[in-house]
Design a protein around this ligand. Sequence first.
Ligand SMILES: [Mg+2]
Length: 274
Amino acid sequence: MNYNLTKEDINNLKNKKLFLFDMDGTIYNDDKLFFGVKELMENIKKSGGRYVFLTNNSSKSVQVYIDKLTKMGIEVTEDNFFTSTQATILYLRKNCYYQNELIYALGTDAFKEELKKQNLNITDKLVDDIKILLVGYDTELNYQKLIDASNILTKDVLYIATNPDLVCPTSFGFVPDCGSICYMLYNASKKEPIYIGKPKPEMIKTVLQKFNLHEDDAILIGDRLYTDIASGLNANVDTVCVLTGEATLDDLKVTEFKPKYILDNVNCLNEIFK
Ligand SMILES: [Mg+2]
């Protein structure tokens, strides 16, 4: 069976002004852009709408995404992105980062750079006065970092992770993501982090606020039920689940996170603009 938009769906979606896309498994896998994505972005822009990429992937900086999508032929600036790293920085500043506390950052060099650029007090060395352990999706993970993090978790520190994803899709299948790193740390420490990023609604709400738009103006498009679709439901915006990434039709039958629309791929959304 093919999952496409009906005439009624198309009428409902014509008024959307903000298209919030997940990236991995939704618009591409690794370096392979899915069919119709470029056309879709052009269509959204031509119609006066906006597209913003919301990603839980904290292993890369916004600049890396700008370069990647530009190379793929999609027009983007910083305004077209909101990452779980940016959401985590906002969360820290709003909720628990008052006195420039020392943060042990377990993540990639790009992740640590982004935190430093925002003037957070970061270390990746095991020192005495660490107050916060912050874990990201670390594609440069090594065992020493796990030892350090486990050591830090024996103390009374604030424990935060950028995103709860257990796996990240690749061209050949999946690799362990931030949630899986935290699961290793859980087995050693019995401690669980506060997860930022999707499925929390904050990433979506922040973007709506930034562009002065209402929930009804937006649609969230993603491939994963427990993060993407759940974040849309939590933020009260309409959702599309595409079948090009993690979620399968079997998952959709049993999930508590029911998307408003199910589509074979993002190319189906081009129908809105015909
Ligand atoms: Mg995804």
